[in-house]
Design a protein around this ligand. Structure first.
Ligand SMILES: *Cc1c(COP(=O)(O)O)cnc(C)c1O
Length: 379
């Protein structure tokens, strides 16, 4: 099966009672146990709704097994604490998602785990590796500048050094980037974003080998963070349209990025699909599309970021991303509010940088909205 077909047909359990087409929702939290091999329980990650969902995600990621969680952070924290113990060291990219960054800096010292942050390059990550480095954690394209990291270079180096590799594949989705095929050991997702895709559910996912998935589940039963049956079903339903959503959103983002680049009132545009973007060639070599996230600077003498966002009639100022509706935010005040002004300046996240999550609307409507808001005549 090709990926669009997998989105529709993989990982579903047919309804044998009424012969309906969709996986039934099994809400039980108590299951009979006599004459069974293993006890079913939601926090053991082995209910039917959890299992079929894992099967679908694994088909898309090219993984053997996985785990679905109640949030992206439940997935990320469970993975990190499955493989790191006191005395170990981890290298993480400094541009990873703010919540992942905060988890590492707030909690690793309590467990005696050492860590280093490294810039978005395989060389910088390699330079941060120590003899006791056990795990590398990366994310590409990055938020909000859409920098692109060479995944193959990282995984080849990690194999030489004997480190486990984890990637946050939230921005790219399995439709555009298949990290396991590029040598990554463990893929994590905030399914709250593109996998869910309708800004109405919270979940996380891990896709990996059978051996590593077992270790992650054995850790995760202690932390909880399992996904409930109703949300499992909603996510399964969402994944059926993942490929068409992501492709439409990416096509729209490309048009919007081209418009912004050529239009007065906007400064630097960060989108890997633009030939002038520093990660363009790398994105071409490891992704099958450039994604639907972009950022740009507002460069307007008498229009503040707030006034611009308030002037938008269609694009909604909102945090989070990946929904079918276009949303916009200023990272300096939202996703990167906790990052010091100095680090933000070093990374290139200015106060007039705006991050756009492009939806499935007609791209021309989005472009017209941005154009009219830039004229500053909005509400
Ligand atoms: C949102 C996000 C997360 C965290 O996911 P939650 O579902 O909010 O816990 C992790 N990584 C990336 C890239 C994200 O955008």
């Amino acid at each position: 099966m090709r990926i669009d077909t997998k989105c529709v047909h993989s990982g579903s359990a047919r309804d044998t009672i009424s012969r309906g087409l969709n996986t039934p929702i099994f809400p039980s939290s108590a299951y009979e146990y006599l004459d069974t091999e293993s006890t079913v329980y939601p926090r053991y990650f082995n209910t039917v709704n959890q299992r079929v969902l894992v099967e679908k995600i694994c088909e898309l990621e090219g993984a053997e097994d996985g785990v679905v969680f109640s949030s992206g952070m439940a997935a990320i924290s469970s993975v990190l604490l499955s493989f790191l113990k006191a005395g170990d060291h981890a290298v993480l990219q400094d541009e990873i998602y703010g919540g992942s960054h905060a988890f590492v800096t707030a909690f690793f010292h309590r467990f005696g785990i050492e860590y280093s942050f490294a810039a978005t390059s395989a060389e910088a990550i390699e330079a941060a590796i120590r003899p006791e480095t056990r795990l590398l954690f990366i994310e590409t394209p990055t938020n909000p500048l859409l920098n692109v990291l060479d995944i193959r270079a990282v995984t080849a180096m990690a194999r030489r050094k004997g480190c486990l590799t984890v990637i946050d594949n939230t921005f790219a989705t399995p439709i555009l980037q298949n990290p396991i095929a590029l040598g990554i050991d463990i893929v994590v997702h905030s399914g709250t974003k593109y996998l869910g895709g309708h800004s109405d559910l919270s979940c996380g996912a891990v896709a990996t080998s059978s051996e590593l998935a077992l270790k992650i589940r054995n850790t995760a039963v202690n932390f909880g963070g399992n996904l409930n049956a109703l949300t499992c079903y909603l996510l399964e339903r969402s994944l059926k349209t993942l490929a068409i959503r992501v492709r439409q959103q990416s096509a729209n983002a490309f048009k919007v990025a081209q418009f912004l680049e050529g239009e007065g009132g906007f400064g630097k545009v960060n989108y890997p699909g633009l030939s002038g973007h520093p990660g363009h060639e790398m994105a071409r070599s490891q992704m099958s599309g450039f994604g639907a996230m972009l950022s740009f600077e507002l460069d307007h003498p008498d229009l503040s970021v707030d006034a611009f966002m308030k002037g938008l009639k269609l694009i909604i100022p909102a945090v989070s991303l990946g929904g079918i509706e276009s949303t916009i935010c200023d990272p300096a005040r939202t996703s990167h509010a906790k990052v010091s002004a100095e680090v933000r300046a070093r990374q290139g996240i200015s106060g007039n940088l705006l991050r756009l999550s492009v939806g499935i609307e007609d791209a021309d409507d989005l472009i017209e909205d941005l154009a009219q808001a830039a004229e500053g005549k909005g509400k």
